[in-house]
Design a protein. Sequence first.
Length: 427
Amino acid sequence: MHVFNYMSTAIQVKNLSKAYQLGQIGTGTISRDLERWVARIRGKEDPYLKIGETNDRSTKGTSDIVWSLKDINFNIEQGDAVGIIGRNGAGKSTLLKLLSRVTAPTTGNIKVKGRIASLLEVGTGFHPELSGRENIFLNGAILGMRKREIAAKFDEIVDFAGVERYVDTPVKRYSSGMYVRLAFAVAAHLESEILIVDEVLAVGDAEFQKKCLGKMGEVSAGEGRTVLFVSHNMASVKQLCKNGIVLDKGSIGLIGPVENAISFYKEQGIVKENKTLLQLIKVKHAALTINHICINQSEDATIELNTNDHNLAIEIDGFATDIFQLNIEIKIFTLEGVLVSFYSPAHLYAEILTIEKGKFSFKENIQLPANFVNGEYTMNIELDYPNIERYLTIDGISLIKHGQLTATGKPISYNEYGFFLINRNGK
């Protein structure tokens, strides 16, 4: 990377591309490897990159070279807050890694003005054997700050993260939520001109996410620092960012005002992927084998309800090698990522389900309120031991409620957090 002197431009990206080789490293023969090596030392293009394909994760390609990013060009002005959005595999994380110097581009170049603080994944830049206190000073030193400068910010960082009790404990003993709290606090408070945040904030609780968005808004608008924010939560992107960049299979889909970027992104998602519920599992406990999941007797990841249909009958079958006490949580979001409904027997009825060793099967029947507004939503299902451990997570179920709008304003049973509680069928 090169530092440049344009007064108002914080990041300039020109013809940026990044290629990855699938499978084993190498071309398959010694002669081809030598041909690639000779081309590199002569300063010529790798001949085997010419056959690279776009990174479409849903199709089987003919080449083992894929372009995670291809010919990316954009400028980001100093003090701007930019949302980088796109479907999974679009190249968002690769772009942030290139900007953060975690990896090098295959072709093209990036010019930046100022220091970059990055939060790309849980515990970015932390040494697991060092305490929270030591990692704060280590991160500051990496950014080029003096010890007294870091010390002046130390109390503010610890207070924001809310980990004062554990600040002298090695961070390898932190939970993922504590990791993110401290890592974000360090990145946001230490002196850097550019703040890059990937979607790791989803690990934190709702209160902390709100706190982080407020801090990033303050960093951008109040302090004039540049913020790059990657998230699938469109409400958060719209709240924080003025402009957006939409990536599609490694290429730029759209650059423009954030409202236009979000609309373009949502239009991309109109074509639904034909997936099953089992294919949407993101987290699965090693001692739990899930053999069958269905909602309303269908294994499809898209659920369609008629105007007068409000029931969701969830069935999960599997095999457990240990005894589990667990709870089922169901969350329903708008397409912008706003939580509108929540169901949890542990919170509603103080009930915890016990699963014995061997085959298990359980059913949960819930009923949406009668004036649940028709439209399109996403739904997540989680099996967990409340507030301690996740056993199973199914993300991104598509829920479509057909018909005309049946309600205006807020649906019934809204609580102080702004969403409504779903009741068990019959209660």
